[in-house]
Every structure is written in C-alpha cells, then in structure tokens.
Design a protein around this ligand. Structure first.
Ligand SMILES: *Cc1c(COP(=O)(O)O)cnc(C)c1O
Length: 304
C-alpha cells in the first residue's frame, strides 16, 4: 500500500557542542517530513490495518481518540486517501468550539461520535454508530493504534535505512506500539530506549512486551522521568528548549511527544548517560499538528 507514503525518511545528523565535548554522535530520523498530514509514526501504525481493510473489501474504519489526537487526524487522512469511510469515537463531550484536530478530521470526511469517559475507557462504540456499521464491513483500530498490526507497521519505520552504525535508538512512548516495532527492527547490538510522555505509567513495559512475539525477550527500557508534568502538560523550560533546538538543528518538534524526547536526550547527554562513542538515532515521530493548541507566537516555527 503505497498511496500515501512511499519515500524513505531522511536521517539528519545533528551537531551540537555538547555532543562533540562528550564524543557522541546523533541523528534524527525525520518521520515528521514524510507527509504533510499523516506525518510521523501514525501512518506506519495504520498501514497494515488499511491493507487489511482494502484487501478484505471493508468499507470503513472505526477508531478512538481524544480531541487533540494525532491518531484521529492521521486515520481520517489515510482513510480518505484509501477510499474508506472513517468513524472517530472521541473522548468527552462535543465542545462548543471544536478543536483544530477535530475540524481537520471532519474536513477529511471522518464522522465524529462523542462519548463519556467511562464508555470511552471501555472502548464502547456508541449506539448511533453501531447502527451505521451494522453491516460489519468495517475494521476497528484500538486507541492510538495499539495492536500487533500497528507494531508490525512500526517495524517498517527503519526499512531502507542504514542503521548498522547506531548504538542507541530512541523514541517517545504513548501506547508503546512504536517502541515495540523498533524493538522488532533493531539489530542485536542496539539499545532501544523509550521516553514515556505519561506520568507514572509503569504498565508500559508490559504493554510493549505483550505485543512482541513471545520468543523475543529483550530488555524493554523506558525512562519515566521525562514527562514534564504529565501527558500534554508543558513547562516554560520545555517550550524554550523546543525553540532553542529548532534554532540549533532546524528541526521542529511538538510539546506532547517529540519536544519531550529531544529535551530528555539533551538532559541525558548533560548527565553523562551515554558512553563515549555512542551514536544515537532519535526517531522524530511527527505530531506537529498538536502545537496548534498553543497560543500563537509561543513557538518560532509553524504548526506544520
Ligand atoms: C502517537 C504518537 C506517539 C506515541 O506512539 P505510540 O506508538 O503510541 O507509543 C509518539 N509521537 C507522536 C508524535 C505521536 O503522535
């Protein structure tokens, strides 16, 4: 399935004085630049679901997300491109002013259904939507794309990229699907490190392990101290860092995921975490659309 993304993402080397000082090398895998709307890891997590839908003659995709969810926009865009109807079950009430994310999803043809938090947590499909999909010609994708198919798709993130020279591969972690995929694709000598953007979500390691094939025993390394106050919370330090990182590298980031990844990386470097000679690949998982919820002018780079 190549109707949306068929280019190999760029690997951008970054040079910063603190890396040189510690004899470290680093590069960013620019998944944010693969597609203007379906950017980042979301496309990779969706692609096997979409293939299953189109090859099984399904007509629709049902999925779940919050009002600012990157997964919701990506699903809406990917379904529009694949000729599938998309249905989004959105956590919480329909707001008076819809979020930019939901406006965009609706403009891409997604039909939105709002649900209370308890029903959402149980991934319950609202009755109104059940009636619409009674013909069963649909596929359900769990919240955030957390699934074996999502992991297998995420494993293709590194396809076509010469990863041999890297000692560490780092990504940010929401559901852990992307991290699981990177574990599948990483070489035996590589350490895969996840930066959790959730506060105290210590069940993540088990969530990642349970996606992986049972015979694959790798230490699942997730750092839990870099959430910056919790999911989608931001501090002035983080926003300042994101602008500075952009000035130094030309790489935009988002405040929910990738800003926290790069900030964590910088802090780990400063703390002497990486052995001399390490070569770190930072996976930029996209998500820039999420910055639209910040007041205009907060960041020195645009939302997309
Ligand atoms: C959704 C998302 C993630 C989290 O990916 P998981 O596979 O759920 O861990 C990371 N980065 C960005 C930008 C995202 O939108």
């Amino acid at each position: 399935m190549s109707f949306i993304i068929n280019s190999i993402p760029a690997v951008q080397s970054i040079s910063l004085p603190q890396l040189q000082q510690q004899q470290l090398q680093a590069a960013v895998l620019r998944l944010d630049a693969v597609h203007p709307v379906v950017s980042g890891n979301k496309w990779y997590k969706l692609k096997l679901h979409l293939t299953a839908a189109t090859s099984g003659n399904k007509k629709a995709i049902v999925t779940f997300g919050g009002a600012f969810s990157n997964h919701i926009v990506a699903t809406a865009a990917a379904c529009a491109a694949a000729g599938l109807q998309s249905y989004g079950v959105i956590r919480g009430e329909r707001g008076k002013v819809p979020s930019p994310t939901l406006l965009q999803a609706a403009a891409l043809g997604m039909q939105l259904f709002f649900t209370n938090r308890t029903d959402y947590r149980n991934q319950k499909i609202p009755d109104e939507l059940l009636t619409l999909i009674a013909d069963k010609e649909h596929i359900i994708i769990p919240e955030g794309g957390y699934s074996k198919e999502g992991m297998l798709g995420a494993a293709t993130i590194l396809d076509g990229i010469n990863i041999q020279s890297f000692s560490h591969i780092m990504c940010t972690v929401g559901t852990g699907t992307t991290l699981a995929g990177l574990h599948l694709a990483a070489l035996p000598h590589q350490q895969v490190i996840g930066i959790s953007v959730l506060k105290n979500n210590y069940s993540l390691e088990a969530s990642v392990q349970s996606l992986l094939p049972p015979e694959m025993i790798r230490p699942i390394q997730i750092l839990h101290e870099h959430h910056g106050g919790g999911y989608a919370k931001h501090t002035p330090q983080l926003l300042h860092f994101m602008n500075e990182w952009y000035q130094q590298t030309g790489i935009p980031s988002d405040f929910v995921y990738t800003g926290k990844l790069f900030f964590a990386f910088q802090n780990l470097v400063a703390a002497g975490y990486f052995p001399k000679g390490s070569h770190v690949l930072l996976v930029h998982s996209g998500g820039l659309q999420g910055n639209r919820s910040l007041p205009p002018g907060t960041l020195i780079f645009g939302a997309e």
